[in-house]
Design a protein around this ligand. Sequence first.
Ligand SMILES: NC(=O)c1ccc[n+]([C@@H]2O[C@H](COP(=O)([O-])OP(=O)(O)OC[C@H]3O[C@@H](n4cnc5c(N)ncnc54)[C@H](OP(=O)(O)O)[C@@H]3O)[C@@H](O)[C@H]2O)c1
Length: 338
Amino acid sequence: MLAYVLTRYGGADAMELQDVPRPVAGPGEVLVRVFAAGLNPVDYKQREGAVRVITRPRLPLVAGSELAGIVEAVGPGVTRFATGDRVFARVDKTLLGAFAEHAAVHEDFVALMPRSLSYTEAASLPLAGLTALQALRDELEIKPGTKLFISGGAGGVGTLAIQLAKYFGAEVTTTASPRGEELVRRLGADAVVDYTKENLAEVLHGFDAALDLVGGETLDQTFKILKPGAKVVSIAGMPEPQTALKDLAAPAWMTALFWAISLGIRSRAREANVRYRYLFMHPSGEDLKFLSRLVSEGKLEPVVDSSYPLEKIADAFAALEQGRAKGKIVVTMDTRGS
Ligand SMILES: NC(=O)c1ccc[n+]([C@@H]2O[C@H](COP(=O)([O-])OP(=O)(O)OC[C@H]3O[C@@H](n4cnc5c(N)ncnc54)[C@H](OP(=O)(O)O)[C@@H]3O)[C@@H](O)[C@H]2O)c1
């Protein structure tokens, strides 16, 4: 089968299209005929080796983090899925495998995809949708009336985070350039700040909670616009000890490493009297079921920036790495995915 393989750590040429053997569904796994797969910044960070200390993959490896397709076979012990089911998944973080015509995925990570969606739309949801859900529901515990700030509302995670935050009843302020303003307003943002013109700390204040999707200077500014004691959850800043303990069940040395690399950020958060947490999302079929139900009820819509055939995946990566996507970039393996 055709697959996009991570051959080594490096630049764009470290990944290549190859003909590789089709995987087999092992115990607890389903074999999915993949029709579409979503791209995420973590895919090029993986290629650059930036997350290898966390995910510890064995190269060469078929890349790709999320997919939609049809179950073609089930492995021993699978109880929840059958041949012919239309499914979507955020695949195992270490094994990967979504950028291929077939992928074996543990059934715990899989859910039936929303009936109303195309495979392309369904493939755009898992990673960004689970990230937004786990941050807003589990970490920030958004309630009706929460005054929430989300940085970077126009991207893959932001477009879903705005909608989920509105679903949980928050009042949402986000940042977008003029290229993304109309989109984030349509998705429900109550207020939009043009980050290319405004300094956040000068125009915003008094937030109960924040979801940071940008990191860097934006995250430092975010600390200054929150009420005392408020919590910031970042997915783009620096991992901290709780990331290792709670999200990764990692060994002590990783907790120590994250403690050291987050010293600066945690001390700036302390100075601003806010709580800082870096979240590393986890795959979950149960949470995908929840997202699927929201889509079916018309409360959540995927936003697809563009799609490319698998043969053109290098072009899809070049577009992703520009960092300007409005919603998600997806590759299709089959005309049913387009
Ligand atoms: N920790 C985790 O588990 C986890 C999970 C998912 C994602 N992430 C990380 O979260 C980050 C966001 O992911 P994503 O998939 O949403 O990225 P993305 O889709 O590539 O984000 C692109 C969007 O960001 C906007 N943008 C760029 N710079 C901005 C800024 N300074 N302020 C506001 N908006 C800005 C761009 O809008 P304009 O073109 O209009 O400027 C574009 O629409 C990435 O770093 C990713 O690796 C982490």
